[in-house]
Design a protein around this ligand. Structure first.
Ligand code: AMP
Length: 565
């Protein structure tokens, strides 16, 4: 993606309606991400678009804003939807529809998520009442089309989001039959993190003269990316605040900037940190210039050690004492990452950059590694045990210093008195414990759950898909090693007789658990049961998650294949 001078740099430059601009301001978005800068204008103009973009780049707003701009005004009178967004999972359907709802609030846009696992009658009622945009998983969209509750005839815009994921999950036929039923002349938008041949073929068949947007191929010039210790943690959103405080405790930065994407998030993180006993200050475009300058001055003088900032507000910030950059969110473009970490490791000092990525965002980390030609090592979030060890180390260091300072004479009388009654070792232990407890305790802390580590795309051989399920005997298979480690098979007490298809199982698993489509192995559908191969490390999580949901409207028995029923 180019970043040329002519490229518009504000949302206002993109000719978005004032209602949408106000929504973006209230969400705290300061400027469009690269994918938004390039997509929004052509999409508003009605062009088809083929975009390569991963989660974390801001791709949802890139297609949602133009869609709302084009369709939003008609809302109210019309009952049949004019926009359809197809997504691979239930989780993404909810996420996209929530985002559209927020952006389109002032326009009164009616957006409905439609996915398997939710009672269909509720969806039927909402569709009857009238919606402008439906965000659906392909299987459930087809269900509604077959029932006549979702009409393709009125659609003006169709978006395929995460198209590669949808094909990986076996939705190719479903997508083809949906796109085949849409009227001529509608707008089609396809976003995909990767561009394998199947996606290019799909695009050729269904997109007309599309604008093509690709990830930057430009490589960083040698020496451009600073030498900084770079690590990343994979954490779910809800665990980010706890992870941040844990990381700050372990790393003990002299001075740090925590980067967030939006003003709202900067404010939230600052409040969280201050609430947990850290002294943090906010820096974003909504804060007046005089106040911003004061924060920067305090950071420079050492009066402030912790600043939470957006990219825009921290631009040009030049503070030599900074030791740490924490990316609370993965930046929307790899170039922004380079700018952020360029703030540490100056003048030959060691700098540290720590990035929090949600499980779905690991692809962004790969894009950054490609650009910087440097490795970001994925690490485990420090555990309570790590934190305890670190705090004990700090207590030890403090005692060491105190002994060297040699100002302990007034304490001698206390130690001598206690030594008459107790062993000297016990006296020392009690004193250390008191000193340690006074510096803060971890007694009430819990370990932060770690989602399964992201695995590289691949391992598709052995994957089930429609018409690709293989025969096999229950209990006949031994656990084997998949491309990403040992796997195990799960028994699902529903099969062909209950009209279960591989994509139903993939949809249920990816919708309910953190597992991605490509991490699921072979799926065998038999008459009365199915077998699904999953990574051993996630098996229990998947069993628990599946027991909470329905498959084809039923709650079949779910267990490890070899476990007693
Ligand atoms: P996506 O790649 O669409 O999944 O978006 C990733 C995250 O970035 C979401 O939490 C969005 O709310 C956020 N986001 C999208 N566009 C912007 C922007 N221009 N400025 C700040 N945050 C954004």
């Amino acid at each position: 993606m180019s970043d040329s001078a002519e490229t518009p740099t504000t949302f206002a430059d993109l000719d978005l309606r004032p209602e949408l601009l106000r929504a973006l301001t209230s969400l705290g978005y300061e400027e469009p991400t690269p994918i938004q800068r390039e997509s929004i204008a052509p999409l508003i103009a009605g062009r088809d678009l083929l975009g390569q973009a991963a989660t974390g780049t801001g791709k949802t707003a890139a297609f949602a804003l133009p869609m709302l701009q084009r369709l939003g005004s008609e809302g109210g009178a019309q009952t049949a939807p004019r926009g359809l967004v197809l997504v691979p999972t239930r989780e993404l359907a909810m996420q996209v529809s929530e985002a559209m709802h927020k952006y389109g609030r002032e326009l009164g846009s009616r957006v409905l998520p439609v996915y398997g696992g939710q009672p269909i009658f509720r969806q039927l009622k909402a569709l009857q009442r009238g919606v402008d945009i439906v965000v659906a998983t392909p299987g459930r969209a087809l269900d509604h089309i077959a029932r006549g509750s979702l009409s393709l005839a009125s659609l003006d815009v169709v978006v395929l989001d995460e198209a590669d994921e949808m094909l990986d999950m076996g939705f190719a036929e479903d997508i083809e039959s949906i796109l085949g039923g849409v009227r001529e002349g509608h707008q089609t938008v396809l976003f995909s993190a990767t561009m394998p041949k199947r996606i290019v073929t799909l695009a050729k068949r269904h997109l007309t003269d599309p604008v093509r947007i690709e990830l930057a191929r430009e490589e960083a010039r040698a020496g451009e990316a600073p030498k900084v210790r770079q690590t990343a943690y994979i954490v779910n959103r809800s665990h980010k605040p706890a992870t941040l405080t844990r990381v700050l405790d372990i790393e003990e930065p002299t001075a740090a900037i925590v980067f967030c994407r939006t003003r709202a998030e900067v404010d939230e993180v600052t409040v969280t940190l201050n609430g947990r006993g850290y002294r943090a200050e906010s820096l974003h475009g909504g804060i007046d210039q005089a106040q911003r300058s004061k924060v920067v001055e305090r950071l420079k003088s050492g009066a402030t050690e912790l600043v939470v900032a957006t990219d825009v507000a921290a631009r040009g910030l030049d503070v030599d004492s900074l030791t740490h950059v924490v990316n609370y969110d993965v930046p929307a473009a790899a170039e922004a990452y380079v700018h952020r970490i360029g703030r540490v490791g100056r003048a030959g000092r060691e700098g540290v950059a720590i990035t929090f990525a949600q499980p779905r965002e690991h692809r962004m980390l790969k894009a950054i590694e490609r650009l910087t030609k440097q490795k970001i090592s994925l690490e485990q979030v420090p555990t309570v045990a790590d934190l305890r060890a670190r705090r004990l180390e700090l207590t030890r260091a403090a005692l060491h210093e105190s002994i060297l300072e040699d100002d302990l004479a007034p304490m001698r009388v206390v130690v001598e008195g206690l030594a008459e009654e107790f062993d000297l070792m016990d006296v020392a232990l009690a004193a250390v414990k008191l000193a340690h407890d006074a510096s803060g305790s971890t007694a009430d802390e819990e370990d932060i759950p770690q989602p399964p580590p992201p695995s590289p795309r691949g391992g598709k051989e052995g994957r089930g898909g429609p018409g690709r399920d293989r025969p096999g005997k229950p209990g006949g298979g031994k656990p084997r090693r998949g491309p990403d480690g040992p796997t195990t098979r799960l028994f699902v007490g529903a099969g062909r007789a209950a009209h279960v298809r591989p994509q139903d199982l993939v949809g249920a698993i990816t919708g309910e658990s953190p597992l991605r489509g490509h991490e699921i192995g072979t799926i065998q559908i038999h008459d009365r049961f199915s077998l699904v191969e999953v990574p051993e490390s996630s098996a229990d999580l998947v069993v628990t998650a599946l027991r909470r949901t329905t498959i084809k409207g039923k709650k079949p028995k779910i267990r490890r294949e070899n476990a007693p029923s």
